[in-house]
Design a protein around this ligand. Structure first.
Ligand SMILES: Cc1cc2nc3c(=O)[nH]c(=O)nc-3n(C[C@H](O)[C@H](O)[C@H](O)COP(=O)(O)OP(=O)(O)OC[C@H]3O[C@@H](n4cnc5c(N)ncnc54)[C@H](O)[C@@H]3O)c2cc1C
Length: 415
């Protein structure tokens, strides 16, 4: 069987691990120049691996498989050095959050760090490259996938018995063209997470950071919107992410280099109903509006000014880890809808009751922080065309994406 995989990221790797020893001929088409390219795959920053039923995707992946996949990723790192922890293993914190209306999210995690991730990807690539049935085609951004009788055709290449699309979130353009051709594959498209990134001195959250490294809680705010923490980075760094026509904030941490600040995202889930069907358009417009105000930079504001809707002109005790040339001091309220701002403030004020100091006036708030969800795609519609990982709408993490690939690989071999 001749299989094409479009995209070489976490989902593709989970898939290849299943099929690499079969008699399948596997062709991997990847848009990046090579394995060292800074744009290749989502496996570039941070490398927190979670084992959880409550986060990472909307697939049923049993915990044993998740743990096996974690072991796989750790083994592929240079020296296997990881920071580990369990969120809310101790009941003390669990009870405190619960009492204030938060829903604590349970997970085990393993932190590889941005610095080790490059090596992981490189080691995996080197192994696959040495196998006779695996062929890499770099610098091949696929722009067309079409059913051709019992086969599937991609761009100008020969037809394949199966095409597995694994382009992650960065492959949204290809997914858009596929959806345009086959609109019936879309099962759901209504959700986007819009929020800010909070940065504060380590000492305010050091108990939580020590106990569980990544604290994840959800909360139903007074606006009715669900708000959650996401991607906590103890002693980490705020970074910017470029999506072509707009720039957002993100955060990461490293094993070797440490800052004195912790940053994490506070995200409001916006889930709208018909006739709305363009969550990516909605989120992109808010991001662009924020960039417009910031002269193409992200906006930084102190927490008290964020609450009072006043432009920040000076900072006080907390110094940003994002380099100065990447942000502008401003007012996020001019770009964000009121209901989202109110949800975020309600969340932070409540969090401050569990973690005193979280709402200090001079803590830092960055925007835009936006997490897009891909449309949920129907994998039962076409026998020979499948979608795995983040582009399928079912996953949002390295472990869930690789599990999706793993399960699809098994399914195809069993057919
Ligand atoms: C900055 C950042 C930090 C993250 N940190 C974490 C973390 O710590 N822990 C965690 O669990 N998850 C994290 N994630 C999410 C995680 O990376 C993704 O959920 C996961 O990588 C999804 O795997 P995937 O295979 O679906 O997509 P990806 O890993 O993104 O791989 C998709 C591949 O497809 C290629 N591609 C795209 N379009 C085309 C095309 N048209 N033709 C050919 N190739 C194409 C891309 O270049 C890419 O290599 C992070 C994501 C980002 C962006």
């Amino acid at each position: 069987m001749k299989i094409a995989i479009v995209g070489f990221g976490a989902a593709a790797i989970g898939f290849i691990e299943q099929v690499k020893n079969s008699d399948c001929e596997i062709h991997i088409f990847e848009k990046s120049r090579d394995i060292y390219s800074s744009s290749i795959s989502g496996i570039r920053a941070d490398g927190k691996l979670f084992v959880s039923k409550d986060m990472g995707g909307e697939l049923d992946v049993d915990l044993e498989l998740q743990k096996d996949l974690v072991d796989f990723w750790i083994k592929k790192s240079g020296n296997g050095q990881v920071e580990t922890g369990h969120s809310f293993a101790g009941m003390d914190h669990y009870k405190k959050f619960y009492a204030k209306g938060f829903q604590p999210v349970l997970s085990d995690f393993y932190h590889l760090g941005t610095d080790q991730l490059k090596e992981v990807l490189f080691n995996i690539y080197e192994e696959y490259r040495s196998l006779k049935n695996i062929h890499f085609h770099f610098e091949n951004p696929i722009s067309k996938v079409e059913l051709a009788g019992r086969k599937v055709k991609i761009d100008q290449f020969d037809s394949f018995d199966k095409v597995v699309v694994a382009v992650g979130r960065s492959g949204h353009k290809l997914i858009k063209t596929i959806i345009k051709r086959y609109p019936q594959i879309v099962l759901d498209s209504t959700r986007v997470d819009i929020g800010v990134r909070l940065e504060l001195p380590d000492h305010i959250v050091e108990d939580l950071n020590r106990e569980m490294y990544e604290f994840k809680v959800r909360y139903k705010s007074r606006t009715g919107y669900m708000v959650r923490t996401f991607c906590n980075n103890p002693s980490g760094f705020v970074v910017t992410e470029h999506y072509g026509d707009f720039t957002t904030v993100n955060g990461h941490s490293k094993i070797a280099e440490k800052s004195r600040n912790t940053n994490f995202a506070v995200l409001t889930t916006v889930q709208l109903t018909e006739p709305f069907n363009d969550p990516i358009g909605y989120g992109s417009h808010i991001a662009k509006m924020t960039n417009l105000l910031g002269g193409d930079k992200v906006i930084l504001q102190t927490y008290s000014h964020f609450v009072d809707s006043r432009r920040t002109k000076n900072l006080y005790r907390v110094q940003p880890t994002l380099p100065e040339e990447r942000f502008i001091l401003g007012d996020i309220n001019l770009a964000y809808p009121r209901r989202i701002i109110e949800s975020i403030i309600d969340f932070i004020e409540h969090l401050n009751e569990v973690i005193p100091g979280l709402a200090h006036p001079d803590n830092l708030v960055y925007a835009p922080e936006i997490k897009f969800y891909s449309n949920k795609l129907d994998n039962d519609l076409f026998k020979n065309l499948k979608f795995i990982g983040d582009c399928s709408g079912y996953t949002r993490s390295i472990i869930y994406a690789s599990a999706h690939g793993h399960l699809m690989g098994k399914q195809i071999l069993n057919e």
